[in-house]
Design a protein. Structure first.
Length: 593
């Protein structure tokens, strides 16, 4: 495995880790063999002892881009495999004969790799497609018929629904349930050979129409659907149902721990029923995989449904799958999130068996904790107004530029210093000046002294306003002999200091200030239309000035803009003469507000 992080023995335990540790201790899967590729029981048996201690899998449907919920599942499945000397398989669940879009396949593979994981292990690429198992699935279906465990039902869909019963009523046996094995087999082959119309019949498991678990009331295994499949073309006009296909995929791949979200809990008895039957028949390796369910990720202010995210893209509510406001992995990446931050997030939220909502601030805090020790610092003015130092020419000399510097990172002196020039004219934040200061305001107001960060102390004189009363320029006087880092600089005490960028060497930048995409904490909850809960102010674009060290910023490079938070050079639009930054997150949590 390509391990993204050191194995950490101190990782907090959870119910999945306990199950795996118990299985390892008891040697539950120690006797398994592995054919070197997915295979049935007899082929696996010919292979060597399975070199993987456990096998997990990540099985997306290639019908969209992955989102932060998938990131949780990826970190979980690949992370467990890494931590327990196992392997995690990358498997596309493509049993639905729908058009597989190469764009989605590529996007999913990129996302997993970017998160820091790999499906290569022991010299093998564990990259699989569920549709490669269609032949085996068919063979397994014939076996079930021959063993008396499946039948072809030709009731109409309405009859089938009516006869299924409900929570308070047991189901009623189909009149086709008692067909002979021979008749079932020939009818199933007719289904396969295209002799029956779409929807005219289904193959069903013969379990128990009175089971309190409705999923065990003879669930459908195969349906007739004339459709081209991207992998198998028109070879098949019958396709396996997901609930039938998934356990078989796991079994052929020697998966040990099949981890899925809670909504599949009621399917587990069928998962076991099916694999028990196939194991009895000697078709699949034993002991067979086990399914374990965990709570899906729900994140406040965020949608985690591919279908709804696709709607946002298709209806152009966002600029694309990688819009920095999207909770897709490509969106989070462009927003400035790092693989390490997402891994840290996944670790912190852990896994549980109860559904809950995670506060968005947990995701942001993981990002801050990852970036704080890494990101270079820089000064930036996001809402600029000009400050003129009226006595500059007299004290420093006309046209003189005073070289100032600051550490690239305050806790890593070895990373060197950034340099920038102070001059007569500077850009400062509009909010740093108040004509009449509110209580506790220590920045610029007439008569008050503040320090220009890394520079001199100045004393505010006043400001010029336009006809509407908007400040167009602030004026101040420089206090001599107070430059930061020089002897006696602290002789003049000030309560505030302000960030600034020189008019002479500042770099004009487009800065995109992102906010939550939805104004509701649980978008679309309670029958609300999620589209009506879109936050109209989720993007504000400003023209800012940033210090000259950022001229060499590369796309995707992250910074901490002092006072403002974390920013990233936009991976698409930054560069070639354009300076574009995205705000990833503020310095402090603003989500609780
Ligand atoms: P969506 O409803 O967004 O399409 P899905 O579950 O249908 O999601 P799949 O492509 O089938 O998407 O998912 C692949 C894997 O990711 C599954 O194992 C699924 O359990 C997991 N997964 C999907 N959404 C979440 C989530 N919100 N939290 C945790 N795991 C998730
Ligand atoms: Mg799905």
């Amino acid at each position: 495995m390509n391990a993204p992080a050191e194995k950490d023995a101190a990782k907090p335990s959870n119910f999945l880790r306990q199950i795996i540790e118990r299985d390892l201790e008891q040697g539950t899967y120690a006797q398994r063999h592995w054919a070197g590729h997915p295979a049935d029981a007899s082929d696996h048996l010919k292979g060597q002892a399975d070199p993987a201690k456990i096998r997990t899998r990540f099985p997306p449907e290639p019908n969209g881009y992955l989102h932060v919920g998938h990131a949780k599942s990826i970190c979980l499945n690949f992370g467990l495999a890494r931590d327990y000397n196992g392997v995690c398989h990358m498997r596309f669940d493509d049993t639905n004969p729908e058009k597989e879009e190469q764009e989605y396949v590529d996007g999913i593979l990129d996302a997993v790799k970017w998160l820091g994981f790999s499906w290569d292990a022991n010299g093998t690429s564990h990259y699989y497609h569920a549709s490669d198992y269609f032949d085996f699935m068919y063979r397994a279906a014939e076996y079930l018929i021959e063993a008396g465990h499946a039948y072809v039902d030709e009731q109409t869909p309405e009859q089938m629904r009516a006869n299924r019963g409900d929570f308070s009523r047991p189901g009623t046996d189909s009149p086709y349930r008692s067909r002979s094995i021979e008749e079932n087999l020939s009818r199933f082959r007719e289904m396969r050979d295209g002799k029956l119309a779409d929807g005219a019949a289904v193959l069903r498991a013969k379990i128990d129409m009175a089971s309190p678990n409705i999923n065990l009331r003879d669930p459908a295994l195969y349906r007739i659907k004339r459709a081209e499949h991207h992998n198998t073309g028109d070879k098949w006009c019958i396709y396996p149902m997901y609930t039938y296909a998934h356990p078989i995929e796991d079994a052929l791949e020697n998966i040990t721990h099949s981890i899925c979200t809670l909504e599949f809990e009621d399917q587990r008895p069928f998962y076991d029923w099916l694999l028990d039957r196939l194991a009895e028949g000697g078709l699949i390796n034993q002991p067979h995989p086990r399914q374990y369910e965990f709570a899906r990720l729900n994140l406040t202010y965020v949608l985690t449904s591919k279908r709804k995210l696709k709607q946002l893209v298709d209806e152009k509510h966002v600029s694309g799958w990688d819009d920095p406001r999207m909770p897709t992995i490509v969106g989070l990446r462009r927003r400035g999130y790092t693989p390490e931050a997402l891994q840290l997030f996944a670790e912190r939220i852990g896994v549980s068996k109860a559904d809950s909502w995670i506060d968005y601030s947990v995701l942001e805090q993981a990002l801050r904790d990852d970036l704080d020790p890494k990101a270079a610092r820089a000064m930036a003015v996001l809402d600029p107004v000009k400050l003129v130092i009226t006595n500059w020419d007299e004290i420093m000399g006309a046209g003189f530029l005073d070289a100032c510097s600051a550490p690239v990172h305050p806790h890593a002196p070895e990373r060197g210093r950034r340099e920038f020039m102070c001059g007569k004219e500077l850009w400062i934040e509009r909010s740093d000046y108040e004509e009449t200061p509110p209580k506790g305001f220590f920045r610029l107001f007439p008569g008050n002294k503040v320090r220009l960060k890394y520079g001199h102390v100045i004393e505010c004189i006043g400001a010029t306003k336009d006809a509407n009363g908007n400040v167009t320029e602030v004026q101040a006087k420089l206090v001599p002999d107070t430059k930061s880092g020089t002897p006696g600089a602290d002789a003049v005490k000030v309560k505030g200091n302000i960030s600034w960028v020189g008019v002479a060497d500042g770099v004009k930048a487009e800065v995109r200030l992102y906010d939550r995409l939805f104004s509701a904490a649980q978008p679309g909850a309670g029958d609300k239309d999620f589209l009506e809960e879109i936050n109209p102010d989720s993007l504000k674009v400003v023209t800012a000035y940033v210090e000259p060290s950022l001229k060499s910023a590369k796309g995707d490079e992250k910074f901490q803009f002092e006072r403002h938070g974390y920013f990233v050079a936009d991976r698409k639009d930054h560069g070639e003469g354009k300076t574009v930054f995205n705000r990833v997150a503020g310095m402090k949590d603003s989500w609780g507000k």
